[in-house]
Each structure stands twice: as structure tokens, then as C-alpha cells.
Write a protein that binds this ligand. Sequence first.
Ligand code: NAI
Ligand code: CS2
Length: 491
Amino acid sequence: MSMLEISALPQYIKKRPTYDRKKIVSRIVHLGFGAFHRAHQALFIDRLLNTGNSDWAICEVNIVGGEQLIEDIRKQDHLYTVLEKGAQSKEAFVIGSVKESLLAQSDGIEVILEKMASPLIEIVSLTITEKGYCMLPGGVGLDFNNALIKADLVNPEKPVSAPGVIVEALYRRMQRGLKSFTALSCDNIPENGVVLKKAILDLAKARDFKLAQWIESNTTFPCTMVDRIVPAITSETLIEIEGVLGGIVDPCGIACEPFIQWVIEDNFVTNRPNWDQVGAEFVKNVVPYEEMKLRMLNGSHSFLAYLGYLAGYVHINDCMNDASYKKATHQLMMAQQAPTLHVPSNVNLLEYANKLIERFSNPSLKHQTWQIAMDGTQKLPQRMLDSIRWHIKNDSDFSLLALGVAGWMRYVGGIDDNHQPIDVKDPMSEQLQTIVKASVDGIERVNCLLKLDVIFGADLPNNSQFREQVTTHYLTLMQKGAKQTIQELII
Ligand code: NAI
Ligand code: CS2
């Protein structure tokens, strides 16, 4: 058993850094060194370094959690493995694009802020999950009741939230007469750049109007569409990676599907790396790509997460092995999500949907329905509710989308179809639990959940069609369970 280092790698691991890692420079600070970033952005940056045409590297930063990962990666000179797993293939890549790392808990926020204020840093990117933005669901504005935001308003120079950290770093750059960095959101949020900008400006305005003006005129917030299925790591996968590496142990390894996509709005403050040379796309307008991905892929993912979990399906590919679930997912995509989209001219939605079904069916990935079901209050608006609004306006069928919403309601009720308790994880879980405890299961529960206007707005609960469909599906799910409900609906 040995540690991960280039000289110890078996010859057959061909995909490894070919550049001099001593010469690479941290020009990017990334907030949220989690599973996804390791298998996506860091890999694109590594690919570009391998062309020999770039010296851009990353300083990874975790301000919430992630202590063990940072501790482990420091021990192996910030190298780690990405294992791409297709249905019948696997290939390991050793990634060298991470130059250094900082952890708020041990290094302190001051060191992180100074790094972000350094003139060398040109991009601050983020994968901090939807809740990290501290926005009200639907991205309508910063949540000033969020405990982290409240703390940052009192102590702006020692921030604890991601928006607070960015605002303070930008404040220091403004004070020092430095250029701004580009703030690059890579989270699954519609118009993620616009949402990030709103979070930052809302907080900056509450602090200092001059700072807000400076940010508005000097900082850019490109939108991005990011896509690659990267399940949370498991001990089985780490053992698999060890096997592929010929006995080298890599606690920072991560596995993912072979598919990868990154579409980026070309709007950077300074020069940006030519990620288009290694598979990314720079475009003027990312919105059509984002909407397509969020509704077709993520919308179906959430549908499968709730209805699959309730039925006892642990993984997304288990759902795909059930013919009714597979058919319902394809129908959801083509009949109820696709019509709501304005797709880029080079995209064929039927091919896109077929490819998604193939990706969801990948038996090697073991992507847990429970993982995707997490944080539903942050996900439902962009994945299902926007499409439902479109159908209401166009007087068309949204039955499967309504079933997805009813599935979420059953899920947050905390008991699955086999009467087993569900570990519901959500930033609003306290509120959800209060509602669940105080309501009789059935119509009353649905009515109480529909009162959550931060999720459903004022319009949807007042729409009789929406209310009726969600209630009917909920009652059917209660009576017959998710499997039978889906079977009967798609016949
Ligand atoms: P993860 O749980 O492995 O990592 C989450 C990261 O966010 C951690 O580094 C954590 O430190 C940070 N974080 C969590 N809460 C935070 C907060 N309140 N403030 C600041 N940082 C916070 O999750 P993973 O898989 O890396 O996913 C992260 C996000 O990436 C997703 O929410 C999604 O928006 C996006 N994404 C994920 C994909 C996937 O398949 N895993 C694919 C496409 C996008
Ligand atoms: C998933 C996504 O966890 C979730 O909510 O729907 O992380 C999904 O795997 C990615 O967006 C795929 O790109």
C-alpha cells in the first residue's frame, strides 16, 4: 500500500500531469472543494495544463465542512484521481491542477480573504450547493433572515457565508485599487451568474453603497451550465480506485460518468483560460443550455429521486430497470419539459432525452436517489415549478410534473412506501417537520405544504388545476404507493 505520487503510479495509468507542477500558478480560488468540482472544473483545468498552453491552477477553499478532504489532499501534494466509469468501461485520470488549499476552520478566514484579494487571483469560482448562496428559493433575493448573512452584516470583515467572503474580498480589492476578479458560479441554479450577482450586490448594498457600485461596474458574473454526474464517494468506490491504481490508496479519489459538459458565458474581467481548447464552450447566452439541463436532466432526476426512493429504489439506475419508471421519465422529458424550452439550434431534444436515459441507466455509477432528494426546497422551483407555470399558461398537460411535486410532499412526510423512516435533509427541514407534525396526512398536509410561498409563490397555490392535480396524486401515492401510481399513470 503506497500513497499517491506521480513516481509511484503504474505505467498503465497514462492520464497524468505532463506539466511541471512547480511552475503552475494559483490564479483561481475555488469555493466548495467537493465531489463535483474535482471531476469537472479541476479536470478541465488539468486538461488545459496538459496542452502546455496554460499555467492556470487552483487554490481550493472550503469555508463550510470538507476538513478531512483538505487534510488528506495536502498529504499527497494535492494530487488525486478521477475514475470515469461507463456502463462497461473505466479509466483513471490523475489530476494535478490543484496547487494549494485553504480551510476556514484551521487556516482562518483572514488567510482566505487575503488569498482572494491577491492581485494574482483572476477568477473566484463556486460549487457550494444551492443553499450556499443564502438566497430565498427561486433566487429572488438574498435571505436576510439566514443566520450566516445576519452574522456577516454584524461582522463583515470576518465573514462566514460564501456571499460574505466574496464581498469582503472585493472590498479589499477596491480599497487597494486592484482589479476585480470574475465570480464564476458552477452550481445547478438557473442563471447562476445572475443569482450570484444578486446575492453579492444585496449584501454589498446593505454594507456600503459605494462598494456595491464598484462591484456593479467592475465585477462580472458569467452564467454557466455544468454537467457531469458525480455521485458522493463511497468506501466501495475508494477500494475500486485503489484497485485501478495498483494498490495506491487515494482517499481523495472520485468516480463519475464519462459524459462531461461545460457551457460558459464569455464575460470575464481579465484574460480567461482557453477552456474551449479542451472541450468547454464559450457562448453569449447560457440560459437556453441551463434551462434545458435543469428541466430535462435535473427535473427528471428529482422526479426519480422522490418517486424512486419512496418505492425502495436506492439508485437512479434501479429506477431505470423498472420499465414504468423509465417510460415515465422519458415522457416527462419529452412531453412536459421539452415543450417549455427554447433550445439552442444545434440541439436535438429527442437525442438529448435518449442520451439522458442511457446516462441514468449506467449501472456502474450507483447514484443514490437519497442524495438527489436532498435540499428539495432549493431545487423544486427551477426543476419542476417553472415548467408547471408554463403549462398553466399554455393550458397543457403537466400531470407528471405534478406527480413529482406530490412525490416530494410524500418524501418530506418522512415515511416511505415500506413504512420506513426517511432521513430528510433540507435547509428548511425544521419548517417542514413542523408542518408534517401539525397536519393530518392527506389533503390537510398538502394544503399546509402549499402554503410555503418561498417555494410555490402566491400563484401556484391559488391555481385550482395545480392544487387539484397535486392533491389527487398525493392521495393516490398514499393509497397505492409510488410504483403502482406510476404504472397506472403511464398506461
Ligand atoms: P459536495 O457535498 O461534495 O460538495 C459541496 C461543497 O459545497 C463542499 O465543498 C462544501 O464545503 C461546500 N458547501 C456546502 N454548503 C456550503 C455553504 N453553506 N457555504 C459555502 N460552501 C458550502 O457536493 P457536490 O457533489 O460537489 O455538488 C456541489 C454542487 O455542484 C451541487 O449542489 C450542484 O449545484 C453542482 N453540481 C453537482 C453535480 C454532481 O453530480 N455532483 C453535477 C453538476 C453540478
Ligand atoms: C443531481 C445533480 O444531486 C442532484 O440534485 O440532480 O447533481 C446532477 O447529478 C448533476 O446536475 C448532473 O450534471
